[in-house]
Design a protein around this ligand. Structure first.
Ligand code: THU
Length: 133
């Protein structure tokens, strides 16, 4: 695993421990690096009113935006799954808002293996008001 990915992987593993998931018991961690080189992390935070649960990826992205950054250089997601955990549809849309089509999306499994894709690949024909995206 190259150094850039390893850093995101370690950060996502660490924040996954903070997941608040008493309803699904499905713990997710996400870490992203911005164009300025800063890393932001997020875990999923569930609620007894299930629909207001927030996913790990959106948690990380909202933290990034609230700290004044808006450009994702790469984003990684990990859960305790056999398969490479893909971001949900809602998260894909939010990732796309702050990415380009070529932005790497790194999906990990519980064995520490990963699959690298891009925003354009995981959200083809995605909606955007920005003609450049
Ligand atoms: N979850 C994420 O955090 N990210 C995803 O991309 C998929 C789903 C969370 C939401 C919920 O807390 C749990 O996983 C089960 O759906």
């Amino acid at each position: 695993m190259e150094k850039d990915i390893k850093e995101l992987y370690d950060a996502a593993m660490k924040v996954k421990e903070k997941a608040y998931a008493p309803y699904s018991d499905f713990h997710v961690g996400s870490a992203l690096r911005t164009k300025n080189g800063k890393i932001f992390t997020g875990c999923n935070v569930e609620n007894s009113s299930y629909g207001v649960t927030i996913c790990a990826e959106r948690n990380a992205i909202f933290k990034m935006v609230s700290e004044g950054e808006q450009e994702i250089a790469s984003i990684l997601v990990i859960g305790d799954t056999e398969k490479f955990l893909p971001p949900c549809g809602a998260c894909r849309q939010v990732i796309a808002e702050f990415s380009t089509k070529d932005t790497p999306v790194i999906m990990c499994n519980k064995k520490g293996e990963f699959k690298e894709s891009t925003v354009g690949e995981i959200l083809p024909f995605g909606f955007s008001l920005n003609e450049d995206r």
